[in-house]
Design a binder for this molecule. Structure first.
Ligand SMILES: *Cc1c(COP(=O)(O)O)cnc(C)c1O
Length: 499
C-alpha cells in the first residue's frame, strides 16, 4: 500500500514514510492510493476478536510495510487494560431504540484522542527505524485542548522524540489546561498562545512548510513531525473503532450483519468523521455520515451549499475542541471524492488561503450530499441536551457528545430516518465539568479540580482515575507566548541537549 499527497498525486511514499514525515512538503496530506476492502469472512473473524486484535487487523490493511507481529505488539501495548477504564476499550452503549453511543474516552486522558495517540508513538518510532531515520523527531502540536494532552501522554519520555504543545490561552477548559501544564517527562514542552486555535494551527502549518527552518533544525539532528490529525498515523487507528463498533452492534443483536446504520460524529478538524468515511469505503455498511458542529458551523453550511467559507466570526463555545474554522482533514475527503484530482484540491486550498473560501464543483457536491448530513447547535441547545439526556436516560455526556446527540435528533426530525445510529462520544463529561454542571443547573464560581468532586456527587458518576489524580499536581508550564515568539521558543527547545 502506497500513499500519495492530496496536492501531488504523482508522489508515492510508503506508510512508514508518510507517518514519519507527517505532512507532505508541498503542504498536502498523505492519503492511501487505494482504500482496502473487508470481505464478509474478514468481518466474521473481526467480530470474534478483542479490540486490540481488531485494531491491529484494520491498521495492517493500510500499513502493509509493518508485520502482523509488530502491529499486534503495538496494539496490545497501546490498548492495554492498565490504561483504559473499560475492558472493551471502545464500548458501545445503547441509549434508546435507535441511538447507540460509541464511548471513545476510556483512555488515559479521557478523550477520544487517546484512541490514536496511544498507538502513534509506536507507529512513529517504528516508521523512523524503517526509513533509516536517526534524527530526533520533534513533534509539534497545535491543540484545542484534547490532542495536546493525549499526545503528551503518548510521547512523554519516548526515546528518539521530543514534543512541544501549544494551546490557545483562553480556548481550553481549566481541567484540560491542568492536564497539560502538569505533564511529566524530560522531552516535553507546553505553552499557551495568545489567539484562537486556528491561529495556532496555521502557525504550525507555516513551520512545517518552512524549508529554511527545516535545514536549521537538521543541524541539531532533529526533524519536525506532527501528531495532529493531519498525520496518517493518527487517522488510521481511528478507522478501527468504527469497524469495532459495527462488530459490537452485530454481536449485541442491534443490527444484522450487512444491515445499514448511520454514524454521527461531533466534528472539529474532520479527523474523526473522516475515519468513519474510510470505514464506509472499506465496506462497513454505513448509510449517512452525520456531521455535527457547534456554533462555528462552517461545515454545516458547507454541506448545505458546497461553499467552504471560513470568513466568519469565530465563537468560543462550551465545546472548545470543535471551535475550528479550517477543518484540515476535509482536504483528504475532497481529494477522494474528486477522484484523487490533486490539481482541483490545490486550487481549492489556494483559494482558501487567498480568498478565505472555495466552492466545490457539482460532481463533488453531489457526492457530499449523498454521503453526509451536516447540522449544528449552539451552547443553549447543548446544555439542554446534556440535561435531557441525563434526566431521560440517566446518561451523563460531555458538551461535544451533546452536540452530536442534538444534531442527530435534528436529523431524525428532519428526515424520519430511524436506522440504528452510532453516535461517537468523544470526551468524558468530567473534562468539561464546569459546563456540564451548569447544564444540570449547578452554576458555581469555582473552577478546576473541585468541580470534579461536585459533578461526581451531583450525578453519582465516578471521576475517571487520571482526572481524579490531577488535584495536587504541580504546574510545570505556566508560560504564555505571542504567536510571533513560537518559532524562537521551538528552536530553543530543539537545540537544548536532552537530559
Ligand atoms: C478533537 C475533539 C473533537 C473533534 O474531532 P475532530 O477529529 O477534530 O473532528 C470532538 N470532541 C472532542 C472531545 C475532541 O477532543
Amino acid at each position: 500500500m502506497e500513499f500519495f499527497s492530496t496536492r501531488d498525486a504523482s508522489l508515492r511514499v510508503s506508510a512508514a514514510k508518510a507517518i514519519s514525515q507527517g505532512l507532505s512538503f508541498e503542504g498536502g496530506l498523505f492519503a492511501p492510493v487505494e482504500i482496502p476492502k473487508l470481505t464478509d469472512a474478514e468481518i466474521d473473524s473481526l467480530c470474534a476478536m478483542t479490540y486490540p486484535q481488531r485494531a491491529a487487523y484494520v491498521i495492517g490493511k493500510y500499513l502493509t510495510d509493518f508485520s502482523e507481529e509488530e502491529l499486534t505488539n503495538f496494539a496490545n501495548a497501546a490498548y492495554h487494560q492498565d490504561k483504559f477504564s473499560s475492558s472493551a476499550i471502545a464500548p458501545v452503549r445503547k441509549l434508546n431504540d435507535t441511538a447507540n453511543i460509541l464511548e471513545l474516552w476510556h483512555g488515559p486522558t479521557s478523550a477520544f484522542k487517546d484512541m490514536a495517540l496511544q498507538i502513534l508513538p509506536y507507529l512513529l518510532t517504528a516508521s523512523m527505524r524503517k526509513c533509516g531515520e536517526t534524527k530526533t523527531a520533534c513533534i509539534l502540536v497545535a491543540t484545542s485542548g484534547d490532542t495536546g494532552k493525549a499526545a503528551l501522554e503518548g510521547f512523554a519520555d519516548v526515546e528518539g522524540t521530543k514534543i512541544a504543545v501549544f494551546y490557545p490561552k483562553d480556548g481550553v477548559s481549566r481541567v484540560q489546561e491542568l492536564q497539560m501544564t502538569t505533564q511529566s517527562g524530560n522531552n516535553v514542552y507546553v505553552s499557551s498562545v495568545i489567539g484562537n486555535f486556528d491561529h495556532v494551527q496555521s502557525k504550525m502549518k507555516e513551520i512545517f512548510a518552512d524549508e529554511e527552518l527545516r535545514a536549521e533544525v537538521a543541524k541539531s539532528n532533529t526533524f519536525f513531525s506532527s501528531a495532529n490529525s493531519i498525520n496518517w498515523g493518527r487517522a488510521v487507528p481511528q478507522i478501527a473503532y468504527y469497524v469495532s463498533g459495527y462488530c459490537d452492534l452485530i454481536n449485541s443483536g442491534e443490527i444484522a450483519k450487512g444491515e445499514q446504520f448511520n454514524v454521527c460524529v461531533p466534528t472539529g478538524n474532520f479527523g474523526n468523521i473522516l475515519a468513519a468515511y474510510y470505514a464506509r469505503e472499506m465496506g462497513i455498511p454505513i448509510a449517512k455520515l452525520i456531521c455535527a458542529s457547534n456554533r462555528n458551523n462552517v461545515l454545516a453550511d458547507f454541506f448545505k451549499t458546497g461553499k467552504y467559507d471560513k470568513q466568519r466570526e469565530f465563537y468560543t463555545t462550551t465545546s472548545p475542541a470543535m471551535d475550528i474554522l479550517v477543518s484540515s482533514n476535509l482536504e483528504r475527503l475532497l481529494f477522494h471524492l474528486s477522484g484523487n484530482d490533486d490539481a482541483t484540491i490545490k486550487k481549492y486550498m489556494a483559494k482558501l488561503a487567498s480568498d478565505g473560501a472555495y466552492t466545490v464543483n457539482a460532481e463533488i457536491f453531489a457526492k457530499l450530499n449523498d454521503l453526509f448530513y451536516g447540522g449544528f447547535c449552539d451552547d443553549a441547545d447543548t446544555m439542554e441536551t446534556i440535561s435531557k439526556t441525563f434526566s431521560e436516560y440517566n446518561y451523563l455526556v460531555d458538551t461535544h457528545t451533546a452536540v452530536g446527540i442534538n444534531v442527530y435528533n435534528q436529523y431524525v426530525a428532519e428526515t424520519g430516518d430511524v436506522k440504528k445510529t452510532l453516535i461517537a462520544s468523544t470526551a468524558s463529561p468530567f473534562k468539561f465539568a464546569d459546563s456540564v454542571l451548569a447544564a444540570l443547573g449547578v452554576d458555581l464560581e469555582i473552577d478546576g479540580c473541585e468541580l470534579l468532586e461536585i459533578l461526581s456527587k451531583t450525578t453519582g458518576v465516578k471521576i475517571p482515575a487520571p482526572l481524579a489524580s490531577l488535584a495536587g499536581k504541580e504546574e510545570r508550564f505556566v508560560n504564555t507566548l505571542e504567536r510571533e515568539q513560537i518559532i524562537d521558543r521551538i528552536m530553543e527547545f530543539v537545540c537544548n541537549s536532552r537530559d
